[in-house]
Write a new protein. Structure first.
Length: 115
C-alpha cells in the first residue's frame, strides 16, 4: 500500500486549499478512505471519511461545512477541499486507509494557515 499526499502549503485565514492523495497497491475502489490531521504534541485526529463509492462522507464537527472529501476511483485518488481555513486548521494532514485490519498512512502534507 502506498499513499502520497500533496497540495499542502501556506494560506491566509479564509483561504482555500485542495489536498490530494494518490493511492496504489490495493483495490482502491473497494475501500473507504480517511483524512487525519496532527499538530505537534497531540494525537492524530480524524477529519473526514469517504466511503468506497464516494456516495457518503462524514466530518469532524470542527470542519463541517468547510471541508469536503471526494474521490476519483478511476484515478485512485482521494481529495480534501478545504475552504474558509482558520489558523486552528494548521497541521500535518495524512491520508489513511485500513486494509486487512491494518492502518496505512501517507507521509503527510503540511498545511499552515497564517496571515
Amino acid at each position: 500500500v502506498q499513499l502520497v499526499e500533496s497540495g499542502g502549503g501556506l494560506v491566509q485565514p479564509g483561504g482555500s486549499l485542495r489536498l490530494s492523495c494518490a493511492a496504489s497497491g490495493f483495490a482502491f475502489s473497494n475501500y473507504a478512505m480517511n483524512w487525519y490531521r496532527q499538530v505537534p504534541g497531540k494525537e492524530r485526529d480524524l477529519v473526514a471519511t469517504i466511503n468506497s463509492g464516494g456516495t457518503s462522507t462524514a466530518y469532524a464537527d470542527s470542519v463541517k461545512g468547510r471541508f469536503t472529501s471526494s474521490r476519483d476511483n478511476a484515478k485512485n485518488t482521494v481529495y480534501l477541499q478545504m475552504n474558509n481555513l482558520k489558523p486552528e486548521d494548521t497541521a500535518v494532514y495524512y491520508c489513511n486507509v485500513r486494509t486487512r485490519g491494518r492502518d496505512n498512512w501517507g507521509q503527510g502534507t503540511q498545511v499552515t494557515v497564517s496571515s
